[in-house]
Ligand binder design. Structure first.
Ligand SMILES: C[S@@+](CC[C@H](N)C(=O)[O-])C[C@H]1O[C@@H](n2cnc3c(N)ncnc32)[C@H](O)[C@@H]1O
Length: 391
């Protein structure tokens, strides 16, 4: 049997690497970086392999020629990483190193194609057209040849925008353990499958993702699809966000377009678990609409559409404030253009256990008094929030 060094030499010499992810640190290795990715780049008309070294808080790059690549890649697999996924235009290689340091290589038909490369190329999507993606093919967004179906182009863009927003969360997740994620109100789970595909197949992380939804039929559909795709650590459960019990830690909570107060319930669950990352795209907020009675705003609130929009913005603004009060660094971002969907606000929050919350608490209370409103999120969070507001 050929050695791992020999196999790497053959791969680099004879096939050329499109993309590679190395992950999982060997027991006896002294930890420095968490992950390395490799891709081909062109720098001053010369083809190089770009190695990206991901540390806890920063990333370093090295651009290596073929010989340096063979040496560095062999060294990383022999002495540092437990797993390597190498995509070439002919094969997908999966290399696993066992506890005795022995490497085993499996190869399957290639799933990636070479794209035109240039170091200063314009910004690209995380999943590119022409790059065959099994879950997108199964969900009817891509043809078997990797072409995005015209009518599904908005969905394709939305998935990519979502993955871009997820990619910023990576530094908050501990790659040295299994990252546990819950997607509340997953629906048909386009975005849940995209998340799994990105974190596991593209980034090489260990994850456990649960998609939860009220609807039996969607859970059946998603469970069957996860099985068909061999997404072993993605499972789906039928149930209500409120009252959902998950044992152990949850690192990331996602709730995308869950209706009305379901978003508040999802945020409450996330905060209960001290989830490191929260991504929520709220949808159809009706709850506050009925409660707003603000005389000063009467001249504009008599218009139904305006009142609805104001209620929606107030709800989301207060949700973001509540997360800050609970110790999260919170951002409100645009999820996707208005022309594609009006549900365009994403609340993204990172747990930093902020202690100095008196300013945000005072502003929140004053704002509520002025508007004479009490949002549902207070009910969902219960005592945990009351204690902080009374501090
Ligand atoms: C509009 S779909 C969004 C699906 C997916 N997250 C997305 O963004 O593409 C909302 C989903 O949330 C689910 N949902 C609403 N309230 C829920 C609750 N309380 N518990 C669990 N699922 C809920 C619905 O059944 C529905 O499938």
């Amino acid at each position: 049997m050929e050695s791992i060094t020999q196999s790497i030499q053959n791969i680099v010499d004879e096939e050329a690497i499109i993309h590679s992810v190395l992950s999982g640190i060997q027991k006896n290795a002294q930890k420095t970086f968490n992950k390395v990715t490799i891709k081909k780049v062109i720098i001053q008309n010369e083809e190089k392999y770009q190695f990206e070294y991901f540390y806890d808080k920063n990333v370093e790059h090295k651009n290596l020629n073929n010989d340096e690549t063979k040496e560095e890649l062999s060294k990383l697999i022999e002495t540092y990483f437990k797993q390597a996924i190498i995509h070439t235009s002919s094969w997908d290689y999966h290399i696993l190193v066992n506890k005795k340091g022995e490497a085993k290589i499996n190869k399957k038909q290639a799933t990636r194609k070479f794209e035109e490369i240039s170091h200063n190329r314009k910004k690209k999507y995380i999943i590119n057209e022409g790059e065959k993606s099994a879950f997108l093919i199964e969900l009817g967004i891509m043809t078997k040849e990797g072409k995005v179906i015209k009518a599904k182009y908005d969905k394709f863009k939305q998935i990519n925008r979502y993955l871009e927003l997820v990619s910023d969360c990576i530094p908050y997740l501990d790659k040295n353990k299994t990252i546990r994620i819950i997607d509340f109100g997953c629906g048909k789970a386009y975005l849940t499958f995209a998340l799994y595909d990105y974190l596991v197949l593209k980034m090489g992380y260990n994850v456990e993702i649960v998609g939860l939804d009220l609807k039996e039929n969607v859970i059946k559909f998603c469970s069957n699809l996860a099985k068909k795709l061999n997404y072993d650590d993605l499972r789906f459960e039928q149930g209500d966000i409120k009252g959902f019990k998950q044992y152990g830690e949850v690192d990331m909570v996602i709730s995308l377009h869950a209706c009305n107060t379901a978003t508040d319930e999802a945020l409450a669950q996330a905060v209960k678990w001290d989830a490191k990352v929260i991504l929520a795209v709220p949808c159809c907020q009706h709850e506050l609409l009925k409660k707003i009675k603000n005389e000063k705003m009467a001249p504009i609130m008599k218009y139904g559409i305006i009142k609805e929009k104001v209620a929606s913005l107030l709800t989301d603004g207060l949700r973001a404030n509540v997360l800050e009060i609970m110790g999260y660094r919170t951002q409100v971002l645009e999820f996707i253009d208005m022309e594609h969907t009006p549900k365009n606000i994403m609340i993204r929050a990172f747990f930093e256990d902020t202690k100095n919350i008196s300013k945000v608490v005072n502003e929140y209370k004053e704002f509520k008094t002025q508007w004479q409103i009490s949002p549902y999120i207070e009910q969902a969070f219960g005592e945990k929030l009351i204690n902080r507001l009374e501090k």
